[in-house]
Ligand binder design. Structure first.
Ligand SMILES: Nc1ncnc2c1ncn2[C@@H]1O[C@H](COP(=O)(O)OP(=O)(O)OP(=O)(O)O)[C@@H](O)[C@H]1O
Ligand SMILES: [Mg+2]
Length: 229
């Protein structure tokens, strides 16, 4: 798919600090960042530099201390709670660093749950989509297992399937291959690349995997709250 210039993510002068008691930690210090439609970007940076914080702001899971976060042309701070819930549900596929699978649901049900509020012609179509994506992460045979019955890497792949099955506008992936061996990690990144080419989904992937830099359209380096030019 050819790249359009449609802006999907636009951050301007974004600051984020956390206050714990009297201690203020400044995490992001004036971040500017742009992603256009169907861009495949990888964000690198040392542990603790603010990568997860950055994804949380883009995915409307947290709010900046100051600055502007626009996603798909909408300023997130101008949106109300209901609108933000719909925004996350309809536009964002989030792959969490700690997976965040629901423990009482099977692998298949975890993927289905993410699709339930999206428009599908039938429950059967929804079910088929969930199965298709479990298959794409090579876990169809474990569809009926609960998270506690899966290895860390398998849980991570369920989390990947859950985010990608939505075929969202934007995938925010926090270390999506952190618990996978090299070969499996490459296949999962290959799957993301394929979906990116097929559907035009924009990807922002946090990683420590330097090999990913070669396949990315763009690498963004975050160094203690600032983007390295
Ligand atoms: N809710 C919070 N309250 C206080 N401090 C926080 C909070 N969330 C993050 N921080 C601090 O902000 C800094 C950046 O955290 P963040 O999780 O964004 O780092 P990261 O780049 O994702 O690191 P890693 O690669 O280890 O996942 C850390 O110093 C962390 O302690
Ligand atoms: Mg992190």
């Amino acid at each position: 798919m050819s790249k359009s210039n449609r802006s999907i993510v636009q951050l301007r002068d974004v600051f984020k600090s956390f206050k714990t008691g009297d201690v203020v930690t400044e995490v992001l210090k004036g971040v500017d960042m742009d992603l256009v439609e169907s861009e495949f970007a990888v964000i690198f940076g040392p542990s603790g530099c603010g990568k997860t914080t950055l994804l949380n702001l883009i995915g409307a899971l947290d709010t900046p201390t100051s600055g502007s976060v626009m996603v798909d042309g909408q300023e997130l701070s101008q949106m109300g709670r209901t609108q933000l819930t719909a925004f996350r549900r309809d536009k964002i596929g989030f792959i969490f660093q700690a997976y965040n699978l629901l423990p009482t649901l099977t692998a298949l049900e975890n993927v289905e749950a993410a699709l339930e509020l999206l428009p599908f012609p039938s429950q059967k179509a929804l079910h088929q989509r969930a199965i298709e994506y479990l298959d794409r992460v090579e876990l169809k045979d474990k569809a009926d297992k609960f998270p506690a019955q899966l290895s860390g890497g398998e849980q991570q792949r369920v989390a990947v399937a859950r985010a990608l099955a939505k075929q969202p506008l934007l995938v925010l992936a926090d270390e999506p291959t952190g618990n996978l061996d090299g070969a499996m990690g490459e296949r999962i990144i290959g799957l993301m690349r394929k979906l990116n080419a097929e559907t035009g989904t924009t990807f922002a992937i946090v990683s420590h995997n330097a090999g990913l830099a070669d396949t990315a359209d763009r690498t963004i380096r975050l160094h203690y709250g600032e983007i390295m030019k």
